[in-house]
Design a protein. Structure first.
Length: 212
């Protein structure tokens, strides 16, 4: 029984290792998309405020360039961050950055579809190493958690198997004891019945002797 649960634990660990890479990629992509959504929401708020400021100053006939400069700088910074996240996601999905125009290009393309520049495939190896490192970092915690969970499941299952075996042994012992007790009581009752029959026979014999 223990061997079965040990094998189960090993299979769970192997399954956890198999899905770690894809799970790590999914976790990293979702994390970056969440950051992008936060940045986009920040831009939406600032754009609304910027539009309100420009409109108010326009109504008052004032200049708007200096007043809007801070908001414009914040919006541009967020847009640059969004662009970086988009490139990271594209790389995780298998794309590469064109060295000429900076656009993301599928790795199976020999030329950039945006600027026509020849793609330098020698850079792919370095990018793959960076991506593998990022996936490993993102999935390391997940893999450790899965392995620990698998080990806990196997340990819990083994403990339950031991408990079940102990309960079965206790039940068997109780059943044997109960059977022995019942047999003892039955033997005692048979003995008592035999003794009563003997006494009855003796009484009948005495009565017969007196009548004679």
């Amino acid at each position: 029984m223990k061997d079965f649960f040990e094998d189960l634990g090993k299979r769970l660990e192997e399954t956890a290792e198999t899905v770690t890479n894809k799970a790590g990629e999914a976790i990293e992509i979702q994390r970056m998309k969440s950051q992008m959504r936060n940045l986009a929401r920040g831009n939406a708020v600032d754009l609304m405020e910027l539009g309100r400021m420009i409109y108010d100053r326009y109504k008052d006939g004032e200049e708007v360039e200096e007043a809007a400069e801070g908001l414009c700088a914040a919006i541009r910074e967020r847009e640059e961050s969004i662009g970086k996240y988009e490139k990271k996601i594209a790389k995780i999905k298998g794309a590469s950055e064109c060295g000429h125009c900076g656009r993301m290009v599928a790795r199976d393309m020999a030329f950039c579809p945006y600027c026509g520049e020849k793609i330098d495939t020698s850079a792919f190896e370095d990018e793959e190493e960076e991506e593998a490192s990022a996936r490993e970092e993102a999935g390391e915690t997940y893999a450790d958690a899965m392995k620990k969970k698998a080990a806990d499941v196997a340990e819990t299952a083994a403990e339950k198997a031991d408990e079940a075996a102990q309960k079965v042994g206790d039940a068997a012992e109780k059943a044997a004891q109960k059977t022995a007790d019942m047999a003892q009581k039955a033997a005692e009752k048979v003995g008592e019945a035999a003794e009563k029959l003997s006494e009855t026979a003796d009484s009948a014999s005495d009565s017969s002797d007196k009548e004679q």
